[in-house]
Design a protein around this ligand. Structure first.
Ligand code: GDP
Ligand code: MG
Length: 402
């Protein structure tokens, strides 16, 4: 079965995201150390999570990630399958958090009880959820084992105060000890209830955002035995069928000097979700497509940020954007100036695509930007805009494409 949805996990570095992912999935693909070496990339940690419910147990105890209920040993029913996207909390990887949040159906915000709230990335991550309109949020108050009850209460009040006036104002706050798996059942129950399956409208067009891409061949594989490029991501609209032709845009660079790209047409050889092969897939969690493309194209996330559609149905890639801009309403604790200036370099995130641009005109809330790399955008779509603050990028606000 295909994962039914994506849930992004955000939070300040060291607050327990990796521990929570491990507890929820048992399987963990840690790509973070590589990411930190490479600087800003959109590569993120991920895991598929299965929520099981026991028919004999009551309350949160009925929820687990195991087919056999860990409390009473009864068989449990699979009630939800989702892809957990772990956006690294490191401050230089804000754009990764933005990309992951742009394909998500809900969020888990992790806050550690042993540090004052909010820590810098906690505040920024909440801004990301606000800007990208992520409504279904569950908050974890982690590491309660290392603070006393009074400190935990004080921290809880800080969290409440921090969330006031935001989308997460009424979000449930779950106390946890992630590295011991304590309260994982409560987390599962809460995620199941508070992050509902979104309604998916059937449409004729296909849109998939590429969030990962790989060359799955071992070095030295004979030419005839080579597997084509594999692309991973989420379908936002429509469906994909095994054997179908797809177009990937902006595609490959054909003129380095002019920075011109040409879309690629290829065929879907097979579709994988987690360990399963499926013959067709629709919107929901992460999936991976094997294609007939040169695997070199997909190596090291080479196709990340591109968009997949049926041939001839994607808007052309553009190198100039006009949009209505809205500044973030909440200031950061460090009082960074987040407003944009003419001629300033900015980072734009649209879906999983990230590109650098320069503001060439500003009239009231209307800005025009030239891009270093072309991107595929649809009218009215939302662009998250980050600006340079010190030696890193901070989310400044968003634009709506004119
Ligand atoms: P991340 O940076 O958000 O992914 O955080 P990690 O999951 O890597 O956790 C950072 C450190 O905190 C690790 O050494 C964990 O073992 C530890 N840790 C995570 N959760 C808890 C908790 O609830 N209690 C305690 N005492 N330590 C924790
Ligand atoms: Mg981590």
């Amino acid at each position: 079965m295909q994962p039914e949805m994506n849930v992004v996990m955000l939070g300040h570095v060291d607050h327990g995201k990796t521990s929570i992912t491990k507890a929820l999935s048992g399987v963990w693909t840690d790509t973070h150390s590589e990411e930190l070496k490479r600087g800003i990339t959109i590569k993120m940690g991920y895991a598929d999570v299965n929520i099981y419910k026991c028919s004999s147990c009551k309350g949160a105890e009925a929820y687990s990630v195991s087919e056999i209920c860990p409390i009473c040993g009864s068989e449990s029913k699979l009630i939800r399958k989702f892809s957990l996207l772990d956006a690294p909390g490191h401050e230089t990887l804000m754009t990764t958090a933005i990309s992951a949040s742009s394909i998500t159906d809900g969020a888990i915000l992790v806050i550690a009880a042993n540090e004052p709230c909010p820590q810098p990335q906690t505040a920024e991550h909440l801004n990301v959820l606000e800007v990208l309109d992520v409504d279904n949020i569950v908050v974890i108050q982690n590491k309660i084992d290392i603070v006393g009850i009074e400190k935990a209460k004080e921290n809880y009040n800080q969290i409440k105060e921090f969330l006031k006036g935001t989308k997460a104002e009424n979000a449930p706050i779950i106390p946890m000890v992630a590295n011991q798996g304590l309260n994982i059942d409560v987390l599962l129950k809460t995620v199941y209830e508070k992050i509902p399956l979104p309604e998916r409208k059937p449409t004729n067009k296909l849109r998939m955002y590429i969030a990962r891409s790989f060359d799955v061949n071992k070095p030295g594989t004979e030419l005839q035995k080579l597997n084509g490029a594999v692309i991973g991501g989420s379908i936002i609209e429509g469906k994909i069928i095994e054997g179908q032709e797809i177009e990937i845009s902006p595609g490959i660079i054909i003129d380095k000097k002019k920075g011109e790209f040409e879309p690629i047409i290829t065929k879907v050889q097979n579709i994988r979700t987690g360990n399963d092969k499926v013959s067709e897939a629709g919107p929901g969690g992460l999936l991976a497509l094997s294609t007939l493309l040169d695997p070199a194209l997909a190596k090291s996330d080479g196709l990340v940020g591109q968009i997949v559609g049926l041939p001839g149905t994607l808007p052309s890639a553009v190198k100039k954007l006009k949009m209505k801009y809205k500044l973030i309403s909440r200031e950061l604790e460090d009082n960074s100036n987040l407003s944009l200036q003419l001629n300033e370099p900015i980072v734009l995130s649209v879906g999983t695509a990230i590109t650098v641009g320069v503001i060439i005109s500003m009239k009231k809330d209307l800005i025009e930007v030239t891009l270093k790399r072309p991107i595929v955008v649809e009218k009215k779509s939302k662009v998250a805009i980050s600006k340079r603050a010190g030696n890193r990028w901070k989310l400044s606000g968003y634009g709506i494409i004119e």
